[in-house]
Design a protein around this ligand. Structure first.
Ligand SMILES: [Zn+2]
Ligand SMILES: [Zn+2]
Length: 346
């Protein structure tokens, strides 16, 4: 009998109570309809998991298993499943999509308004040995990637790709600036932008991150603690900003853009609203675009880059699933080099 096994539960909002770790010896339900059962081999710990835990999404269901960055292998498929079979290696998207609406037909499945299976918010997510999801909440994992690498593919590289390429229209030879450049999405952005042939300016909060972001491909590193890096004497205006922080760096990012510059806005760490100088945007012809989540098409683009110029898949550390609470607190404290990935015990 296949048992539910290890899982982590969010039972109370906030940081006073730890996430609950439990081992459940009941049988896993059979996959029904279009559902697929995945045996999870790795799950990334995302800043969004912390936002979920903080209660910033009023529609959050509790108790719930957090996590939307799971990778593993399919062990059961429902009778209506068309695209997967037992044994396939897969990883999760943030949520499913309908495949039929205008957004889906354009390939922007992340903007599908008929999606209902939102991992970690409306449906149990990947901090678990087993994950049950609709078949459209998954994408295939290329053979050359490990499950730990695949766990950080869609939400770090995918968010960076959406911000830089889809929202920012970044092209070879252009200049890109990336805030929060040592974090999961930021580091992926530095790597991707450099491999796409851009000149990369990395903004970090601490000198200790300089070596890392330089190694990932940054040509210039600005250490900034007060959101004034746009005044740095060496900074030349950039074509694209990947804004991975939010309010603290938003204004300096905007003022770093050249005329006609584009910002891919992916970070929103501080729940406070940011002020926006409307005239500055109008006069300089700037674009600020929220790129949404990553789509299967974006994954194909990233994998194509990886095959030409291998990506590093920066992992700060791997921790057992039982350390999920500690992992979230480490992310909350900041200063990591890439993602923490949770690994269920075999
Ligand atoms: Zn994520
Ligand atoms: Zn749709």
């Amino acid at each position: 009998m296949r048992t539910i096994g290890e899982r982590v539960r969010l039972t109370e909002l906030g940081w006073e109570k730890d996430l609950a770790y439990e081992v459940v010896n009941e049988a896993v339900p059979d996959a029904t309809g279009d559902k697929v059962l995945v045996e999870v081999e790795a799950c990334g710990v995302c800043y969004r998991d912390l936002i979920d835990r903080s209660g910033r999404f009023p529609f959050l269901q509790m108790p719930i298993t957090p996590g939307h960055e799971a990778a593993g292998r399919i062990v059961d498929v429902g009778p209506n499943v068309q695209r997967w079979k037992v044994g396939d290696r897969v990883a999760s998207l943030h949520r499913d999509y309908c495949g039929e609406c205008g957004a889906c037909e354009r390939g922007d499945t992340c903007f599908c308004t008929r999606a209902s299976w939102v991992l970690g918010l409306l449906a149990d997510g990947g901090y678990a040995r087993h994950l049950m999801v609709p078949e459209k909440a998954l994408y295939p994992v290329p053979d050359e990637l490990s499950s730990v690498q695949a766990a950080v593919l869609h939400c770090t590289y995918g968010s960076a790709w959406r911000g830089l390429v889809v929202a920012g229209g970044l092209e070879e030879g252009q200049r890109a600036l990336i805030t929060g450049a040592n974090g999961g999405v930021g580091a992926a952005g530095v790597e991707l932008a450099a491999k796409l042939g851009a000149t990369v300016v990395a903004v970090v909060r601490d000198e200790k991150h300089r070596a890392l972001v330089t190694e990932l491909g940054a040509s210039e590193v600005i250490v900034d603690r007060d959101g004034s890096f746009h005044k740095h004497p060496s900074l030349e205006k950039v074509d694209v900003v990947l804004e991975c922080v939010g309010k603290a760096t938003f204004n300096a990012s905007l003022r770093s853009l050249a005329v006609g510059g584009r910002m891919g806005l992916v970070g929103n760490v501080d729940p406070e609203q940011a002020a926006l100088n409307l005239g500055f945007v109008i006069v300089n012809g700037l674009t600020i675009r929220g790129p949404g989540g990553c789509t299967p098409r974006d994954i194909d683009g990233i994998v194509a880059v990886h095959r030409k110029h291998p990506l590093r898949f920066l992992i700060d550390r791997e921790l057992p699933l039982s350390a999920a609470d500690e992992a979230q607190r480490l992310v909350r404290a900041g200063g990591l080099h890439g993602r923490i990935v949770l690994v269920p015990s075999a």
